[in-house]
Design a protein around this ligand. Structure first.
Ligand code: EPZ
Length: 425
């Protein structure tokens, strides 16, 4: 089992390039099911989750091949199999993104319910309700959602849930509506840049989508979609993670291909606590004051503060000069990193969906356990600044969403290495 050994105290300096966005690449790969003809994607990150989606698509009759780093070719060869089974879905919730394309193109989809995970429940009621509104019949058999529809009919539908909009539910309904008869209007659609990137990809394949990036998306159905060549946007969560890495180590880092317009809520909070973030063309140069000010943060759907940067921000605020508060409005239980950060000497107290962060002068290295993708990133960030040695176990979580992160941090001067122990920890 791989783990990271980090010796804290190095101030990061240098330049880092951001990879393609995982949460854009995954639904766009799934959308290839809709296309007659070859799809070529550039800037695809080489991540465990991307490989899992590739395996799922191969099982669903889509041939895939890599053409050098970052370029992936996809082409539908066989439309027989419409079943995304539990083994793959339980490993990666984003597998649910094949539901809309399978239903629209093959008129049926059998997808395992994702179940829960470390960040909380992962229901898919909004996905099923949205696809049912387009005319699908849905039932639940042995943990699988079975959807069938001879043809889908456009309609006006509301997709908001108890926690606001849903990113992948919007993706599923958006993809299905591209081949529906007539016009579909999605009210309370997710506005995340990854949804916008998916819509831009679908339009490049001949879809008729407008309003993407706003809470109201309009789709006029077409008869079919052709293939295309498309480049995935940079990963805003990886960008934010590297910006916080520069800030927490009081370093000075240039982040290439950083689309700051995708991160304005985070930039607003970082500047408020004393982090200097200067845009230079497509790059961003980050440095920070020795001691940061505390602040208050609430996670929201885009354009609000992203839940996927909540844990990383918490790591930074552990060392602020005063008390900060973080409230999690998207996944109220997304706090597996709290106990682990406290092992490093942080003073964090969870009260329901809120964590009170009492700033401390320093963190002290220790063995810690990663639990989910973004919590792992927070533990790595804390290890970069903790005094002495930090061992981050179960780094397979971090490999799901960050490409070779230890090599890129080491290139910035971090003392971090990947080691392996034969035993399960
Ligand atoms: C996407 O997950 C991202 N994953 C998540 O990133 C991200 O944390 C999340 O959006 C929120 O931004 C991908 O895009 C592959 P949601 P998704 O549906 O679509 C509730 C990462 O670290 N909800 O927007 O599954 C849900 O419980 C991952 O890269 C329903 O109630 O999230 C949550 O509270 C982790 N019913 C809220 O909505 C539904 O049918 C937002 O979930 C669907 C969701």
């Amino acid at each position: 089992m791989d783990y990271f050994r980090i010796v804290g105290g190095k101030r990061l300096r240098g330049t880092v390039e951001v990879s393609g966005a995982k949460n854009a690449a995954l639904p766009i790969m799934a959308a290839s099911i809709l296309c007659d003809g070859e799809v070529t994607l550039h800037n695809v990150p080489d991540l465990a989750d991307v490989r899992t989606m590739e395996t799922l698509l191969n099982q669903l009759g889509v041939s895939t091949s890599w053409d050098g780093p970052g370029t992936l070719h996809l082409k539908v060869e066989d439309e027989m199999n419409c079943h995304a089974d539990y083994e793959l879905v339980r490993r990666m919730r984003a597998s649910v993104c094949v539901m809309g394309p399978l239903l629209a193109k093959r008129h049926k989809a059998q997808v395992s319910m994702p179940g829960g995970c470390a960040i909380g429940d992962r229901p898919i009621d909004l996905h099923v309700n949205g696809l049912s509104a387009l005319g699908a019949d849905a039932d639940l058999v042995s943990g699988d959602v079975n959807l069938r529809a001879k043809h889908l009919v456009g309609t006006e539908l509301f997709l908001g849930g108890p926690f606001g909009s849903s990113v992948t539910a919007t993706a599923n309904v958006l993809m299905a509506a591209t081949l529906a008869d007539g016009r579909t209007v999605i009210e309370s659609a997710a506005c995340e840049p990854e949804v916008t990137d998916l819509a831009n990809f679908l339009n490049a394949c001949g879809a008729q989508i407008t309003g993407h990036g706003s809470p109201r998306i309009t789709i006029d159905g077409v008869k079919n979609l052709h293939g295309c060549v498309y480049s995935i946007i940079p990963d805003r969560i990886e960008t934010g993670t590297f910006i916080i890495a520069a800030a927490i180590t009081n370093g000075e880092v240039r982040v290439r291909s950083a689309r700051l317009e995708h991160l304005l809520a985070m930039v607003d909070r970082l500047r408020a606590v004393g982090v200097n973030i200067e845009r230079e063309g497509d790059d961003v140069v980050v440095s920070s004051a020795r001691r940061l000010e505390p602040t208050t943060i609430t996670t929201q759907p885009f354009p609000g503060f992203p839940t996927d940067l909540q844990a990383q921000m918490m790591a930074l605020l552990c060392l602020a000069d005063g008390n900060s508060i973080i409230t999690e409005k998207i996944y109220p239980d997304r706090f597996m990193h709290v106990a682990e950060l406290n092992r490093l000497g942080a003073h964090l107290r969870k009260e329901g969906p809120t964590v009170i962060i009492e700033g401390v002068k320093r963190l002290v290295g220790a063995p810690v356990m990663a639990s989910d993708l973004r919590a792992s990133a927070a533990l790595v960030l804390a290890g970069l600044v903790a005094k002495g040695e930090t061992l981050v176990n179960r780094v397979y979580h971090i490999d799901r969403g960050y490409e070779k992160i230890e090599r890129r941090l080491r290139a910035l001067g971090a003392d971090i290495e990947r080691l392996n122990r034969a035993t399960e920890d």
